[in-house]
Design a protein around this ligand. Structure first.
Ligand code: PLP
Length: 298
């Protein structure tokens, strides 16, 4: 079994007081470290990023750190000290490689919370661990259902306090959606706005191919701007496809030539069915796309 590597981030924000350490210290991942009054636990009041690590390289680290800061700003939290977080991620990866003696596919998770109630001081930590085997999802595809998210596509503009588009720790809803998918005989979900637009998965972005065009739902609809989606666009552009961010009516997905859910860690999972309707999986293309994603060195 793999042993996660944990670093507690002692200087998580730019305004943290200076200290002797590098801004992070290694701690035991199998021992309790968090205060039970931490608002990240008691209210899910915090945000996170999950970064893929392949061949020892964190992928899209800078876009992840930028999105981490964006989440902080959407949640009225202080600006993370990106230099410290970057170094903590690299240190966690290096420590994992040292301890495991190899360079397996990893993920590094960075988490910052509003801190222990009453202290006004953010809490932060980073851990790195091995990725489970996503070979089947990447190669054979996944079964997906569309589920109503219950918000209009313009929720981020009309109701920013709902924090749609921030990567908050409050993922209980996202997990519940995946359980609903399982009840419907599927593996994953595409959320649909209450006014009928395709949005994103609970932990992924949607990519659709219509002939020579590769489309993803535009990111002003209360969804995350995906780091993997950006790389997937690069892959298709290099192969002569046109790429576009658009509003995609949920029903239009039925007419796509191919669909994928893309995210850090699992990378690109082609859809083999949507609401029970079969989609052909192009295994060769899925292999090339995942090889391209895993070969990223930044
Ligand atoms: N949308 C949501 C809600 C997510 O949680 C994630 C990733 O976890 C994504 C999209 C995909 O983002 P990325 O490709 O940067 O991992």
């Amino acid at each position: 079994m793999s042993t996660p590597i944990l670093f507690l981030v002692t200087r998580p924000v730019l305004s943290s007081p200076p200290a002797e350490d590098a801004g992070f210290v290694q701690a035991r991942a199998d021992a309790p470290q968090l205060n039970v009054m931490d608002l990240g636990v008691t209210r899910g009041d915090g945000f996170f990023e999950t970064i893929s690590v392949a061949n020892g390289h964190p992928q899209a680290l800078e876009p992840h750190l930028a999105r981490f800061s964006h989440s902080a700003s959407l949640m009225d939290m202080p600006e993370p000290n990106r230099t410290v977080w970057r170094q903590a991620v690299l240190a966690a990866i290096a420590a994992h490689e040292r301890e495991s003696g190899s360079s397996p596919e990893l993920f590094a998770k960075i988490i910052m919370t509003r801190g222990v109630e009453g202290t006004g001081m953010a809490t932060g930590w980073v851990y790195a661990d091995e990725v489970e085997d996503f070979g089947a999802a990447r190669r054979d595809g996944i079964r997906v259902v569309r589920l109503d998210r219950g918000y209009r596509h313009d929720v981020a503009q009309t109701s920013p306090w709902l924090l749609q588009g921030a990567k908050t720790l409050s993922y209980a809803v996202n997990r519940a959606a995946v359980r609903e998918a399982a009840r419907r005989g599927a593996d994953d979900v595409i959320f649909v706005s209450s006014d009928g637009y395709a949005l994103e998965g609970p932990t992924s972005n949607v990519i659709a191919r219509f002939g020579n065009r590769i489309v993803t739902p535009q990111t002003d609809q209360g969804i995350l701007a995906g780091t993997t989606q950006a790389s997937v666009f690069e892959f298709f552009k290099e192969r002569g496809f046109e790429t576009a961010y658009e509003r995609v009516a949920a029903d239009l997905l039925d007419e796509a030539d191919a669909l994928w859910l893309v995210s850090s860690v699992r990378q690109a999972a082609p859809l083999r069915s949507l609401d029970g309707r079969e989609f052909p999986v192009n295994a060769a293309l899925a292999g090339q796309l995942n090889a391209f994603l895993l070969a990223r060195v930044k």
